[in-house]
Design a protein around this ligand. Structure first.
Ligand SMILES: Nc1nc2c(c(=O)[nH]1)N[C@H]1C(S)=C(S)[C@@H](COP(=O)(O)OP(=O)(O)OC[C@H]3O[C@@H](n4cnc5c(N)ncnc54)[C@H](O)[C@@H]3O)O[C@H]1N2
Ligand code: MOO
Length: 640
């Protein structure tokens, strides 16, 4: 009955403008008086003026002797002037008041003692030399910080220096977060028992609360509300009646049979917007109940975050009276073509890295349910709704989520995926290098070298005629790029099967059985080459394998497909099987290497990587994963 179908998708900017227009100042937070000691990060409600001048007395700026400048006039190297302590000069230390009647300080280094009571100087002083005069920094009544300004640690210090002990700030806007969803359970449950199938840990609230706290608001958590219309409506009503300034209902925003948020807001007040032309974040709801704004966030974590950043943060800024915050941007070149839907602004999470003198941006997966697309992202690329994507190598502006220095210290690996890359990343951090790895398969890695979008490729491409890894592909696909090949690891490839191997898959022949569904790797993946090699060697026809055309991009996603029952078997490394507690039938040992263009061989980040790969600690950690051989790890493999 209450199922909502939203058709009217407004552009995000228009939706936000409409929302802000409808806000009532009556629902805004007032101000409060707080100690300057607690003021960092708070927003001033009024301008703050100095009560004292600084300094508030004439102060010696150097250690030495206070004098009347006049008494030093005319001194020179061949015309020294003699001064007597206690009559013409008085000892002072930096920060101490100048004795009455003096107006300059001679630095102790510049006096030549004649005896205990007299000294000579060879240089005259102008009045106020080495003196910090009253009010030099600021004078009483001067404005130290304006209103609507976020107090920095520097300013808190300046305020104290100005004799200001407390200031009037805007009260923190209180955001009440109401998580809804019958499938959700509080993380605390994990302390008591394991999760049941169908239960989802509630974690959007912790993210949104953190964002609000960082931006100067006060988050409040509501307990989880099941998908019951009356319960949700009741929680919103109570929230609006509470001292919260904003109510945020998380999830239930879309078109599902239990998505009640919009209807509940509509019955209590007015829904201004339901559906915005952005992705993720499309089903966002913006409404007003009484004097209070109510936001209905989409449930998917990434959608919830991006929607909140586009609508919740500007609202918070408006309540604090702050100008709109924008993230710094960086110009980058996109590593590959990115399609995007016309009519929707798309927010892509990007990996960034500096290769040579260009910043390269590669998109992370788009799934709005995968929170790691945000944790791994270095930046966000917004593709405007008027654009059908961006072409490979085009220049774009990326909003930064990390600082530029970190991005400049990022080593970019594009190629084949292996779990040892995680160990590599962990070891590199200690050497102040961040690792960005994109999994596009071995061949994709070589092509990235050709496009100069990475520092190195990871590859395990077997030449089925010679048994030699990588070199024949390097010669064929990147003949013009001189490279070195550094051996990574030997690893066991095998069949990843469910626990107990219910279909008893033992060898390649079993893949052709009618009761077996396979999950493949993408064309160009080394694992796929290995599979094809063995099929060909045994005279088996790939067309007879059910699922041969279903592709995944990493060992882990192959393992996930097996775990979830999508497939009975896939090919991958032992570590991927182990990670998900699946069984493994070894079928081959292969070689996984780093292909590094000569032009990057002197790059400090590359040298550090080689250093890690050759270290005993790295080899031990890899060995502990199981299924790997590290006898020749780190050795250079010359071209045959
Ligand atoms: N038929 C259609 N279905 C969907 C559409 C659509 O247009 N037509 N839109 C999709 C889009 S886009 C999004 S985004 C989601 C939004 O759905 P809801 O806001 O209704 O959210 P739920 O379905 O309740 O949850 C989605 C997903 O997120 C998980 N979730 C929810 N809250 C939390 C939380 N607090 N912490 C962690 N995870 C949470 C929830 O368990 C679901 O897995 O709708 C699509 N569907
Ligand atoms: O808006 Mo949904 O967020 O596109 O995934």
């Amino acid at each position: 009955m209450r199922r909502n179908i939203y058709l009217d998708m407004k552009p995000p900017e228009e939706a936000l403008a409409l929302f802000l227009q409808h806000l009532s100042r009556k629902g805004f937070p007032g101000s409060e008086n707080i100690s300057v000691l607690d003021a960092v990060g708070r927003t001033t409600a009024l301008p703050v003026h100095a009560i004292l001048s600084s300094p508030h007395f004439h102060t010696a700026a150097m250690d030495g002797f206070a004098v009347m400048a006049e008494s030093t006039f005319g001194a020179g190297p061949d015309r020294p002037i003699t001064l007597r302590i206690g009559r013409d000069a008085w000892p002072v230390n930096t920060g101490r008041p100048l004795p009455t009647g003096t107006d300059a300080v001679i630095m102790i280094e510049n006096v030549n003692f004649v005896d205990d009571e007299t000294f000579e100087i060879e240089q005259g002083l102008v009045p106020w030399r080495h003196v910090r005069r009253v009010g030099e920094d600021f004078v009483a009544s001067e404005m130290i910080i304006p209103s609507r300004h976020v107090v920095t640690p520097y300013e808190a210090g300046a305020l104290i220096a100005a004799g200001v002990l407390s200031i009037e700030v805007v009260r923190k806007p209180k955001f009440l977060f109401i998580p809804t969803g019958s499938e959700l359970v509080s993380p605390e449950v994990l302390r008591e028992r394991p999760l049941e199938p169908g239960e989802t840990l509630e974690f959007n609230t912790v993210i949104l609360s953190g964002i609000v706290a960082q931006a100067g608001g006060e988050p409040v958590h509501h307990t989880i509300i099941p998908d019951e219309f009356e319960d949700i409506k009741d929680a919103i009503r109570k929230g609006v009646e509470s001292d919260a300034h904003v109510v945020v209902v998380n999830a239930g925003s879309s078109a599902g049979s239990e998505d009640y948020t919009a209807a509940a807001i509509g019955e209590l007040g007015e829904v201004l917007v339901h559906g915005v032309a952005m992705m993720p974040g499309k089903p966002t709801i913006l409404g007003i109940v009484g004097d209070k704004p109510v936001i209905g966030n989409p449930g998917y974590p990434v959608s919830a975050v991006l929607s909140f950043e586009v609508f919740g943060l500007p609202l918070l800024g408006e309540m604090l009276g702050r100008p709109r915050q924008r993230r710094p941007t960086i110009n980058a070149m996109v590593a590959r073509k990115i399609p995007s839907k016309l009519g929707q602004e798309e927010f892509l999470r990007m990996k960034l890295g500096k290769v040579g003198d260009r910043v390269i941006a590669a998109p992370l997966p788009r799934g709005a349910g995968s929170i790691t697309t945000l944790t791994r992202a270095d930046g966000i690329l917004r593709i405007p709704s008027s654009q059908e994507g961006v072409d490979q190598s085009s220049l774009v502006q990326v909003e930064l989520l990390r600082n530029i220095a970190e991005i400049e210290h990022t080593l970019v690996i594009i190629g084949s995926h292996d779990l040892t890359l995680d160990i590599l990343a962990d070891e590199l951090i200690e050497r102040n290098v961040f690792l960005s790895s994109s999994n596009v398969g071995s061949l994709g890695g070589l092509l990235a070298l050709k496009n100069r979008t990475s520092h190195m490729a990871t590859s395990h491409l077997l030449d089925t005629e010679t048994g030699v890894y990588n070199w024949s592909y390097i010669r064929r696909y990147i003949p013009d790029i001189p490279v070195k090949v550094i051996h990574g690891v030997r690893r066991e490839q095998g069949f990843i099967v469910p626990k107990g191997n219910p279909k008893s898959v033992k060898d390649f022949h079993d893949l052709l059985r009618g009761d077996v569904t396979f999950i493949n790797r993408q064309a160009g993946a080394g694992t796929r080459v290995l599979l094809d090699y063995h099929l060909q060697r045994l005279g088996l026809d790939a067309a007879e394998i059910k699922g041969y055309d279903t592709e995944e991009y990493t060992h882990t996603s192959v393992a996930v497909a097996v775990l979830s029952g999508v497939a009975d078997v896939g090919m991958g490394v032992l570590a991927a099987a182990r990670a998900l507690d699946l069984d493994f039938v070894p079928v081959a040992v292969e070689q996984y290497d780093f292909v590094i263009p000569m032009e990057h061989m002197e790059d400090e980040k590359v040298l550090k990587l080689i250093d890690v790969v050759r270290s005993d600690r790295f080899k031990k950690r890899v060995n502990d994963l199981g299924g790997y051989g590290v006898e020749k790890t780190g050795e250079e493999i010359p071209a045959p």
